[in-house]
Design a protein around this ligand. Structure first.
Ligand SMILES: Cc1cc2nc3c(=O)[nH]c(=O)nc-3n(C[C@H](O)[C@H](O)[C@H](O)COP(=O)(O)OP(=O)(O)OC[C@H]3O[C@@H](n4cnc5c(N)ncnc54)[C@H](O)[C@@H]3O)c2cc1C
Ligand SMILES: NC(=O)c1ccc[n+]([C@@H]2O[C@H](COP(=O)([O-])OP(=O)(O)OC[C@H]3O[C@@H](n4cnc5c(N)ncnc54)[C@H](O)[C@@H]3O)[C@@H](O)[C@H]2O)c1
Length: 477
């Protein structure tokens, strides 16, 4: 007989869900994952991994082309077919057996099908063949269903069969032209990848590029996208879309038009909560799930019972895999602690609190140049009422960077809380900066003072000497 009672039920089987279940099982509980598509979720098959694989080959080629001695040896262009094959290997050709093996090995149960809450601590799973399994949780249910792409309300857009990010990351054939609606991370990364493939890319971004980053990110990434051959239509929105013989024609708010073989919509995400039975527990279907720092869903039903958690994209705290997995570790461990009556450490920076979600979320946009940032931007810090000092430095003037690439162009910004003399935020824009950002994350989480940072000596000649240059610009204590 199939087991139907578990200590923990996790609805969703993405990267975040896997980590919640793993922590719970390691803590001695039983756990089941419910997955309706591929175990491993968006990140493994349609988001982080395939998108980074599509980008990496072009970035590596241009890195070689930027170094005298290497550039003479690199005479060909990008091999698009080989790049797509490499992408396919990273998605295991959209086969999740490897992840299923991992789940089994970790001692986690798996039920395939669509999960829905049916009441407090009860969940039903509808398999593809219509079979229904009813599950009961002894201690907790975690919703980890992720997010769906958002389709803006543009006349004719839905009928024009636009690409979602999934189509862009899993494409088997690169179209001759691609119009991209949106100016966020997906839009910028896919514009970079597709422009590298020789596709004629037009980015239509009503609010400009990378609006959540420091302004210079948009400036440097925009210049470089244009160098790659992309056309930028900033400050305009599409008002109408129509598919015809030549592809899709978009009419823009400034009266212009753009015609492309395909149109990619990259305008943000919506919560996957429309059909998961939220109404059965007094919550609103289709809403993001608001949680406290232990990832417990806020709401009347839960307030009394403390059994429903939400991790990953669905709680809208930070739509990033690494941050979702960080929440998963806290949630899995706190579920164990509460189930076994152990001490709960939910104070700021406690084991069971996802404090970093508010203070220190790192993000890398794998454009060319890369944008790597963590903590607060200068605008966000000023808006939050901090008394700040902003320190900028040209990365190209760092010896390590000038060795990394001939004519290295990049910029760094450090935002300092003048009262406590600690770093609030750091942004790096430039080639290979993705690997620099973790030092900034540690400085912010550790609340290291700028005076102490002088003792963190970067090796010469590495790009990390940017820290020394930022400190010199800030001034010796
Ligand atoms: C193009 C793109 C690129 C990205 N690149 C990066 C990146 O480089 N780095 C980064 O950190 N983040 C990146 N992200 C964001 C990242 O993909 C998400 O933050 C991450 O996937 C969220 O993980 P999750 O487990 O919350 O949700 P998901 O990965 O979406 O997992 C949810 C799972 O739940 C399943 N599910 C949903 N509803 C049900 C149900 N009712 N019953 C059963 N199963 C259900 C789904 O099938 C899915 O497998 C990218 C996003 C996109 C769109
Ligand atoms: N490298 C990474 O870490 C990575 C890569 C891709 C995606 N992600 C994450 O996935 C999430 C989704 O990415 P995204 O780029 O879709 O969202 P986003 O929120 O980053 O960007 C959405 C963009 O769409 C625009 N927009 C919104 N509504 C619009 C409308 N009606 N018409 C025209 N433009 C509109 C916004 O101005 C913005 O430029 C983000 O939170 C992102 O952080 C991360």
């Amino acid at each position: 007989m199939t087991e139907t009672e578990f200590d923990l039920i996790v609805i969703g089987g993405g990267a975040v869900a896997e980590n919640v279940a793993d922590r719970a099982v390691q803590g001695g509980l039983t756990a089941v994952l419910i997955e309706s598509e591929l175990v491993g979720g968006e990140c493994s098959y349609w988001a982080c991994m395939p998108s980074k694989a599509l980008l990496r080959s072009g970035i590596a080629l241009r890195a070689a082309q930027n170094v005298g001695g290497a550039k003479e040896a690199v005479t060909g262009g990008l091999d698009v077919a080989a790049t797509l094959r490499r992408r396919d290997s990273f998605t295991s050709n959209w086969d999740d057996q490897g992840q299923v093996d991992w789940v089994e090995g970790a001692g986690i149960s798996l039920v395939r099908g669509h999960g829905r809450l049916t009441g407090v601590k009860t969940v039903s799973v509808e398999a593809a063949d219509g079979t229904v399994t009813n599950l009961t949780a002894r201690h907790a249910v975690v919703v980890s269903t992720g997010s769906d792409p958002l389709l803006p309300d543009v006349d004719g857009l839905a009928d024009a069969e636009p690409w979602t990010p999934r189509d862009a990351t899993s494409a088997k054939v690169i179209p001759d032209s691609l119009a991209i609606i949106g100016g966020g991370v997906v839009a910028v990364e896919m514009a970079t990848a597709y422009a590298s493939f020789g596709c004629a890319v037009t980015v239509i971004a009503r609010g400009g590029l990378l609006g959540k980053e420091e302004d210079f990110a948009a400036e440097l990434v925009g210049e470089s996208l244009e160098k790659l051959g992309a056309t930028l239509r900033l400050g305009v929105s599409p008002t109408k879309a129509q598919r015809g013989a030549d592809g899709v024609t978009l009419t823009l708010s400034d009266g212009g038009t753009v015609t492309a073989a395909e149109v990619l919509v990259a305008t943000g995400r919506a919560p996957r909560t429309g059909d998961i039975g939220l109404d059965t527990v007094g919550l609103e279907p289709g809403d993001w799930l608001d949680v406290d720092d232990t990832l417990l869903v806020r709401g009347e039903t839960n307030h009394h019972h403390g059994w429903l958690y939400a991790t990953g994209d669905v709680n809208h705290r930070a739509l990033l895999t690494h941050q979702g997995k960080y929440q998963a570790r806290a949630a899995g461990d706190v579920i164990v602690a509460r189930a076994l009556g152990r001490a709960v450490h939910d104070g700021e920076w406690g084991t069971h609190a996802a404090t970093a979600d508010h203070r220190s979320v790192p993000q890398v946009t794998f454009s060319d140049p890369e944008v790597a940032s963590v903590g607060l931007t200068s605008t966000a810090a000023a808006d939050a009422g901090y008394e700040i000092r902003v320190v900028d430095y040209e990365l190209g003037n760092v010896a390590g960077a000038s060795l990394q690439a001939d004519g290295y162009v990049g910029r760094a910004r450090m935002v300092v809380d003048e009262k406590r003399r600690v770093v609030l935020g750091v942004t790096f824009v430039g080639q290979d900066v993705s690997e620099l950002i973790h030092a900034a994350t540690i400085a912010i989480v550790g609340e290291v003072t700028v005076d102490r940072l002088w003792h963190a000596v970067p090796a010469y000649p590495t790009m990390n000497e940017i820290w020394l240059r930022l400190l010199e610009t800030y001034g010796r204590p």
